[in-house]
Design a protein around this ligand. Structure first.
Ligand SMILES: [Zn+2]
Length: 270
């Protein structure tokens, strides 16, 4: 076989040599050396050291040895050769850009998005359950509120209109406020009874014990009746008749009625 693969003994380049030639020549470093040696290095590159010495320039007229650079995929041997060639030349690559550097801006963007999303979720995560919980408690109290009106013998319209009852309203951060409209005149005793019933319903819903301060504290009941407005605010010990505030019917109604009649009168006059 004439053509064989070899490796330059000086620079480690892959060569194709003719085994019939006594000498071969490396196209890369101009090294001229025995073909047999190139073939031998190719076949057994382990431990071979490549001196990489400058080779004497030769007259271009001199016939050159046939040598063809090889680009075959002989990875394993090429790696061995490369190691042998570069074993003392571990040059630090000062300006190499690592993949991490390239990804950094995208990473920053992604982190900003993640942090923003997390913040929104955190806020929603706190506020949504709170409002849902409050709403659930509120509707549960609402379901039992009729007991409150029965016990106090108050005439309150409990009919629902689009999910909202017309005769009363429960609100407040802990569903601690109740306002209701009575179609009949009201006495303070009734207000106290309604207040106590509301505290009981609410306490049951929230799991508050009677001896707990929050069972009564902060609970406010307002009753609007034809004979006036009644307000009762619970302290930690509850509230009695003495705590019922009474406001006589506000003159605003008669004023507006008067205003209406005036307007009517004016329009009639015209
Ligand atoms: Zn060479």
């Amino acid at each position: 076989m004439a053509t064989e693969q070899g490796i330059c003994k000086n620079c480690g380049s892959l060569l194709v040599v003719d085994s019939r030639d006594e000498l071969c020549e490396c196209l890369f470093c101009d090294c001229v050396f025995p073909s047999a040696e190139a073939i031998e290095i190719f076949n057994n590159p382990d431990g071979v050291e490549f001196p990489n010495l400058p080779q004497p320039k030769r007259d271009t007229k001199v016939q050159r040895h046939v040598a063809t650079p090889v680009f075959e995929d002989i990875v394993e041997k090429a790696v061995k050769v490369d190691k042998a060639v570069n074993k003392d030349a571990k040059v630090e690559k000062l300006f190499e850009i690592s993949p991490d550097d390239i990804k950094a801006p995208a990473k920053v963007k992604r982190n900003v998005v993640i942090i923003t999303a997390a913040s929104i979720l955190l806020i929603l995560g706190i506020s949504i359950p709170l409002s849902v919980i409050r709403h659930n408690h509120g509707s549960n109290i609402s379901d039992n509120i009729a007991v409150c009106f029965e016990r106090s013998n108050l005439s309150v319209d409990t009919a629902d209109e689009d999910g909202y009852s017309t005769g009363y309203k429960i609100w407040g951060q802990e569903n601690n406020k109740l306002a209701l409209v009575s179609s009949k005149d009201v006495e303070k005793e009734q207000v106290v009874n309604a207040f106590n019933a509301f505290c009981e319903i609410r306490g049951e819903e929230y799991g508050y014990a009677v001896d707990e301060a929050r069972y009564y504290k902060g609970v406010v009941l307002t009753v609007y009746a034809p004979n006036g407005k009644f307000t009762i605010k619970g302290s930690k010990d509850g509230a009695g008749v003495d705590q019922v505030e009474f406001d006589a019917p506000e003159p605003v109604e008669s004023e507006s009625a008067a205003a209406e009649s005036t307007t009517e009168g004016t329009s009639t006059a015209q």
